[in-house]
Design a protein around this ligand. Structure first.
Ligand code: AHM
Ligand code: MG
Length: 338
């Protein structure tokens, strides 16, 4: 059987739009190449650690960088030359990244988390790159400002992730369904393996870091108790599955059905809105969830409708199967009434 590569898939989409300039395809092609480079290094992570421990240097004679810095640099250096972006926002950089003057610019904005869940890397746990693409709305000749970047999730042109797992996959949406491609390392191509992914309406899994339950608000505690309670009609109790790596937890729930939660947490006064970032993590995952038939909320508001006030704003996140996220909305709505 002849399998469609991700670039062929993008070109087919481009052909369906006679006015398309090919810049979006160019952007994603460059991002895919970045992902392949990151994948190559992630798959050698243990090996690089061994080499580092013996005091050896890598083949270029350089000290091996931490992988999340490496991933960040790969994406920035490749994408700034692509000629299609006007700015980038990385979870690793406090400020937004401008395109150096010597390179051509375009009107796309790339927001990304280069290696999410990288705290797990030494234990060989799956990690991922998350991306989100917007278009600037202001006049193109003006310098880009933070205001150009603070767009709500519903303005996203596309969103996706690459999961470096037992196999490496890219999952993305450009607003017409969610498609998954698996990297065939023997040919170095992402091949269409999961066309038009739909998340089951109801799952059997809840994913949350329950170690922090004493720091949660009351609705969140009640929600988790609900998923743990026994009820044949709704298939409860659900199973707990929590990896601590958003891309992996989300991807598993996307395929099997379920809900992922990173709620508000009173443990750290600086993080009353939980840990995850609205723009780099929650909004792109929300677009994928919705395109797959699921939902994403902060408890009361649709994630995609939240207007960001700052680049690294955090937000509580409840995301996954439609029926399961509706349970969350109901608990929060009931709490607001009482
Ligand atoms: P990171 O962006 O620093 O990698 O942190 C985000 C990660 C997510 O992948 C994961 O869902 C979460 O942190 C886990 O946090 P915790 O260890 O508090 O459960
Ligand atoms: Mg992250």
């Amino acid at each position: 059987m002849r399998q469609v590569t991700v670039v062929e898939h993008l070109l087919l989409r481009q052909k369906e739009r006679p006015m398309a300039s090919g810049r979006f395809t160019r952007l994603l092609t460059e991002l895919i190449l970045s992902a392949k480079i990151i994948d190559r290094e992630v798959s050698k992570a243990g090996l690089l650690d061994v080499l580092g421990a013996t005091g050896e240097v890598n083949i270029q004679g350089e000290v091996v960088q931490k992988l999340d810095d490496f991933a960040n640099q790969v994406i920035i250096r490749r994408m700034e030359r692509a000629g299609v972006l006007c700015a980038m926002v990385s979870e690793e950089n406090a400020d937004f990244i401008e395109i150096p003057r010597q390179f051509p610019v375009g009107d796309y904005i790339l927001i990304f988390d280069p290696l999410d869940g990288s705290a797990n890397i030494d234990a060989n746990v799956s990690i991922g790159t998350i991306f989100s693409i917007y278009r600037r709305t202001s006049f193109e000749q003006q310098a880009v400002s933070v205001g150009d970047l603070l767009q709500k999730g519903s303005m996203q042109v596309a969103a996706g992730y690459i999961i470096y797992g037992s196999s490496t996959m890219m999952v993305y949406t450009a607003g017409n369904g969610v498609h998954g491609f698996t990297l065939d390392p023997s040919v170095g191509e992402f091949l269409l393996s999961h066309p038009d992914i739909k998340i089951p309406e109801r799952g059997r899994i809840y994913s949350v870091n329950e170690g922090y339950s004493s720091y949660w608000d009351e609705p969140t505690r009640n929600i988790v108790n609900y998923f743990k309670a026994s009820d044949n009609a709704t298939g409860r109790p659900y199973s707990t599955r929590y990896i601590g790596s958003l891309v992996s937890d989300f991807h598993r729930n996307l395929i099997y059905g379920g809900i992922f939660m990173y709620p508000a947490d009173s443990r750290d006064a600086r993080k009353p809105s939980g840990k995850l970032r609205l723009m780099c993590e929650a909004a792109p995952m929300a677009m994928i969830a919705e395109q797959a038939g699921g939902l994403a909320t902060d408890g009361t508001q649709r994630i995609m409708d939240i207007e960001p006030q700052e680049l690294h704003q955090r937000v509580p996140l409840f995301i996954g199967s439609k029926n399961d996220v509706e349970v969350v909305l109901k608990f929060y709505a009931d709490a607001a009434k009482s």
